[in-house]
Design a protein around this ligand. Structure first.
Ligand code: KIV
Ligand code: ZN
Length: 511
């Protein structure tokens, strides 16, 4: 019988460490529910010591999720561990993941600690974490560049201290697959008590090898892979969950493992994460890219029509393409709308919120005949930016552009309880709208990225705009959706300003 490969998703933690990808508590809950629906084994919900907001978000995920284990990250320090222990308390199954760096460069330059001190702190951290839960994971940060002899000593000691999972991160994405698999094999054979723990890997994608390294490790006996939806994560990201899961499933002849993942939830999860974080998925991305199953050349099309296996190694429907595209329309009632939201794992707190979302749904259905699940997700994201909770909200926008004329925009927005109007010209209507907003709410920010994606196909589709703004060392992504892309752009800009306004300072665990 195949071994189980534990899928540990860290979209809500390492994924959130991508610049601008920070998520609100409600957004984390929505993603966590989708991960649970997909049957992810462990959800790393965040780093509770990072900020009060992060603590609350992990606690809320631990309160909501019943099927998956909910994990909180903690540096190997008592204060962090106690915070994580408190945050995961409501979980049905809670895990603490504690870590300390073990490479010479990190110990010397970052921690300024000797190897013996690091070992001692690792053991103390695991023992402390065990006072909160039996499920403790220990990570040797930068294991890929650590001395294997030292790693053996540390891992042996933390197993004796009560760690059940040993994580081997390639923190900087430096190792090559053959080296990484040799490292895992070496650790498993040399550590005398290695059979008392599960070996896990956590690979970064700096050289584009995160998935290859993770899979090489699985062949060497790792039985947990840490990964993220769409490969989101620090710098170049983490191993992509969808690629790991589909590789072991498609190549059962190679990998003696199976996962519990419901693969039909992969594409909906990918869309949800992309929509919430504002990180678009490149069209040629494996498994979840828009072109992943599109056959352009005549020869390929002909082959697929005769027998799909000529050019397809996976079936689009198995990863959830079209799985959730139930259509609602102008005539759909409040119940149909509400049921679909429930099926999508979206819960709106109060009746008033349902009413207001339903109202917006009707307005959208007037402009766009078929409403897909993607539209509902966008609508709900917009709904969470309500004038009651946000400093800035859009009331109205008029934009004018004509060949040979300078584009103009006039914006009416609410700032707190005040309604304000401004006009501006710009190089295009979007630029003019942003300038008009800046006249009302000068932010001093720099626009780092502006992108528009059609949420569904066809010219009737809503445009989803991502705006990335930076202010000093803070970066935020704003999102907005509308059938009119100038309106979507203004909403995205205001969403980013709101995030900047709310954003409490937050600690990066590895900084
Ligand atoms: O990349 C890394 O080393 C990490 C650890 C905290 C596991 O994210
Ligand atoms: Zn990481």
């Amino acid at each position: 019988m195949a071994d189980q490969l534990i899928i540990f998703d860290t979209t809500l933690r390492d994924g959130e460490q991508s610049p601008g990808a920070s998520m609100t508590r409600e957004e984390k809950i929505r993603i966590a529910k989708q991960l649970e629906k997909m049957r992810v084994d462990v959800i790393e919900a965040g780093f509770p010591a990072a900020s009060p907001g992060d603590f609350e978000a992990v606690k809320a995920v631990a309160t909501t999720i019943r099927e998956s284990t909910v994990c909180g990250l903690a540096r190997a320090q008592f204060a962090d561990i106690d915070r994580a222990g408190e945050a995961i308390k409501p979980a049905e199954r809670g895990r603490i993941h504690t870590f300390i760096a073990t490479s010479a460069i990190h110990m010397e330059k970052k921690l300024r600690m000797s190897p013996d001190q690091v070992l001692e702190q690792a053991v103390a951290a695991v023992k402390r974490a065990r006072t909160f839960t039996d499920d403790v994971e220990f990570s040797a940060e930068d294991a890929g560049r650590s001395d294997p002899d030292f790693l053996c000593r540390v891992f042996e000691a933390v197993i004796n201290a009560g760690a059940r999972t040993l994580n081997v991160p390639d923190t900087v994405g430096y190792t090559m697959p053959h080296q990484f698999s040799a490292l895992i094999h070496d650790l498993r054979t040399r550590i005398p008590n290695s059979d008392k723990a599960i070996f896990s890997v956590h690979c970064h994608n700096d050289l584009g090898l995160a998935v290859a390294n993770s899979l090489a490790a699985v062949l060497a006996g790792a039985r947990q892979v840490e990964c993220t939806i769409n490969g989101l994560g620090e710098r170049a990201g983490n191993a992509a969950l969808e690629e790991i899961v589909m590789a072991v499933r498609t190549r059962k002849d190679v990998f003696p493992v199976e996962t519990r993942i419901d693969t039909t939830q992969i594409v909906p999860a990918s869309r949800l994460v992309s929509g919430i974080t504002g990180f678009p998925v490149q069209p040629n991305k494996a498994v979840v890219g828009a072109n992943a199953f599109a056959h352009e050349s005549g020869i390929h099309q002909d082959g697929v029509l005769k027998n799909r296996e000529t050019y397809e190694i996976m079936r689009a429907e198995d990863v959830g393409w079209n799985a959730n595209r139930l259509v609602l329309g102008k005539l759909s009632g409040r119940n149909a709308f509400r049921n679909r939201l429930t099926e999508l794992g979206i819960e709106l707190g109060s009746e008033a919120q349902v009413n207001s979302a339903f109202q917006r749904f009707k307005e959208l259905a007037d402009r766009k005949h078929e409403i897909f699940d993607e539209d509902l997700h966008a609508l709900i994201s917009d709904e969470s930016m309500s004038p009651d909770t946000e400093l800035y909200s859009l009331i109205a926008l008029r934009a004018h552009s004509e060949t040979g004329e300078e584009p103009q925009a006039r914006i009416t927005m609410r700032v707190g309880s005040l309604e304000q109007v401004q006009e501006s010209s710009g190089s295009g209507p979007v630029d003019a709208a942003f300038k008009a907003i800046e006249k009302i709410a000068p932010s001093g920010t720099e626009l780092q990225l502006y992108s528009v994606n059609a949420i569904t196909s066809g010219t009737e589709s809503q445009g989803e705009v991502t705006v990335r703004l930076s202010l000093g060392d803070r970066v935020v992504n704003g999102l907005g959706a509308d059938t009119d892309i100038v309106v979507a752009s203004a909403k995205a800009y205001l969403n980013a300003l709101n995030k900047l306004h709310h954003g409490a300072a937050k600690l990066n665990p590895q900084a």
